[in-house]
Design a protein around this ligand. Sequence first.
Ligand code: FEO
Length: 386
Amino acid sequence: MKAIQVKNGIYWVGAIDWRLRNFHGYLTQRGSTYNAYLILDEKNVLIDTVKGYLTTELIERISDIIDPKKIDYVVSNHVEMDHSGAMPAIMKLLPNAKVITSQQGEKEHRLIYKEDWNFQVVKSGDSINIGKRNLNFVMTPMVHWPDNMVTYCPEEKMLFSNDAFGQHIASSERFDNEYPLETIVEEAKKYYANIVLPYSSQVIGVMEIVRKLDLEMICPSHGIIWKEHLNTILENYEKWSSNRTDKKAVIVYDTMWDSTEKIAQVIKEAFEDKGYHYCYYDLKDTHISDIMTQIMEAEYICVGSPTLNKGILPNVAAFLTYLQGLAPKDRKALLFGSYGWAKNNMTVLERYMEESKIEVVYKTNINFIPSKEQLNTIKQEVADII
Ligand code: FEO
């Protein structure tokens, strides 16, 4: 395995996960990478590692450049196992190396790996000199775990941002001028929607810090390295973290005997007539993580399910559980469905929305099959409230 030079004396030594299709519930159609970086200086530094099963790839790529034993510091920006899984093997190779991490990072390393490595805890404002270069550390808690931090090298104008600005893309290309930009941004958006969204208020703080840095390159821990399109990703992060929505609706449903689908269709038509952008998904066909990407810009979330037993159809329950965890703010909900003899569907849909703190602005629940008149009424009522 070959390392890839990122800048003079700085190498990408990570691993490509061509197999990854599910990242704790998030459909990763394009796979991913775990980006680790090797900096050669008077002190040699490894920034982050890779998922455990790809440890050999990491060690081979480091060995392509130097004997791994010559690494003096391992900077662990984030302890989640996609970035720290190779730590036990790496630390066996270099038992005297210092592990630079946040206070919470040390705690998590000890809880996960039960090892007494030579930790050096850093906080925002701390830096280390490694020779010609310095590495400055900034704590970015909850982007994505409480331990997260980023590492900035002012001499190289490079930010090693870990999860922030990442995308789940497996590719042989490493840089944003080598891969279709539209796809990188779409995957960055999906990554934000499915990983970063609940921590948008923390992202706003991070963006204030990042905007003050002199930057030539952002090196995330997943996917493509940003160097020619820095403003594209920074502007998008500013938009996504602000919770700004467009004139857009996302309509999602599952249906048993087509009644809920008929209602979904007239709700869709109401939005269409009012000039809204909209997305329309039967939850049997579309993965919830792809729907979340569309919800990023949606003012309205419309959710439909018939009653099934004492609740709702399981596809809808899975979507609502996922939505609740990702907690988009300042959205409005329309709830719809059908029932035979028990109206439990609406009770459950409303409960999810209440727990998700999403305001319900409209609801309708039809007994068995909606008539033409009922469908026309629903369409008019929806048109009147949007
Ligand atoms: Fe890529 Fe939070 O780990």
